[in-house]
Design a protein around this ligand. Structure first.
Ligand SMILES: NC(=O)c1ccc[n+]([C@@H]2O[C@H](COP(=O)([O-])OP(=O)(O)OC[C@H]3O[C@@H](n4cnc5c(N)ncnc54)[C@H](OP(=O)(O)O)[C@@H]3O)[C@@H](O)[C@H]2O)c1
Length: 281
């Protein structure tokens, strides 16, 4: 497939801005190799790249985007406020550090990486993100790994709803309550770990059966299943062919029988990382 053949579908954020349904994950892609992987993804047609201060790869992501030859203004970068940078002033300083490492004047989307409830700084961090958006330093703001009640707290305290919540989600962790809450509040759901590798999803018979029926890879079935629900996926791959495969889903049409089989793969909410207890800072 030639690079120009990738046509990535989009969804809309609450303000109506178009947002790609398929982006590119970059955790653990570092240095020159990381930059090359990002460069190849952008050349292939990806226009949404997910990074985080915590990944230690923002400089590689910036280099990769610049190296692709695509206008950086056409590439949406997501970065995240690290746990150690939570707080009113620290979040701003953390974000400015991200911009410096990326080498860009603003990011398209900035997220609070984890709520980290024991620190009690989530709300102050959210207030800073609201300021950053008002100042035009971030185009869009959101969170990651927030449970519905944690989202509700932000909304109640500030009246500002996160535009995106990036959560662990795949056919192995379908998170129906979270997805329904997001939908009800106009929050776009973004899936991390969309291939379910941590849950052994790729080996599951039901997934393989659906993939065989359509003559595609199991990973493509998982991604198609998510984008059919208007859930943004950010699969990561260092392999240029798999990068293309992961964003070439338009020919796959899942039917009710497929969806019924995939529904059997859900391990349940209790198998997802629980952000009331799991903290990263
Ligand atoms: N917000 C958060 O807390 C959080 C947490 C985790 C991740 N994330 C973000 O979400 C992104 C994606 O999640 P993830 O990296 O954990 O998992 P993932 O994208 O679900 O899976 C990545 C793994 O799958 C392999 N893979 C990719 N495409 C494949 C294909 N077509 N066939 C077979 N194997 C394939 C990759 O290996 P190859 O490279 O060899 O292809 C890699 O080992 C991350 O990169 C990061 O940006 C966010």
């Amino acid at each position: 497939m030639s690079a120009s053949a990738l046509s990535i579908p989009s969804t809309a954020l609450a303000d109506g801005s178009s947002f790609p349904l398929i982006g590119f994950g970059t955790s653990s892609m570092k240095g020159v190799e990381g930059a090359r992987a990002v460069e190849s993804a952008v050349r292939s047609g990806y226009r949404l790249i997910d990074t985080a201060a915590q990944y230690g790869n923002e400089a590689s992501v910036g280099d990769g985007v610049r190296g692709s030859g695509v206008d950086p203004d056409d590439v949406l970068i997501t970065t995240k406020i690290a746990g150690g940078d939570q707080g009113r002033r620290a979040a701003r300083e953390g974000y400015l550090g991200s911009l410096r490492r990326l080498g860009f004047e603003r990011a398209a989307l900035v997220l609070i990486h984890w709520p980290n409830p024991s620190r009690g700084l989530t709300l102050e961090t959210w207030r800073t993100l609201i300021d950053l958006k008002e100042e035009g330093l971030a185009l869009h703001i959101g969170v990651s790994n927030f449970r519905p009640e944690q989202l509700q707290e932000l909304i109640d305290a500030t009246g500002v709803t996160p535009e995106v919540n990036q959560i662990q989600l795949s056919p192995a962790l379908q998170r129906p309550e979270a997805v329904a809450f997001h939908r009800e509040h106009g929050i776009v759901t973004q899936a991390w770990g969309p291939l379910g590798g941590r849950e052994g999803l790729g080996e599951q018979f039901a997934l393989r059966k659906v993939a065989r029926k359509h003559g595609v890879a199991p990973s493509q079935v998982s991604l198609r299943w998510a984008i059919d629900q208007d859930i943004v996926v950010i699969p990561k791959s260092t392999n240029p062919q798999r990068q293309l495969d992961n964003a070439s889903l338009e020919a796959i049409t899942l039917d009710d029988e497929d969806r019924a089989l995939l529904a059997t793969l859900d391990l349940g909410e209790e198998s997802a990382w629980d952000s009331r207890e799991h903290e990263e800072w």
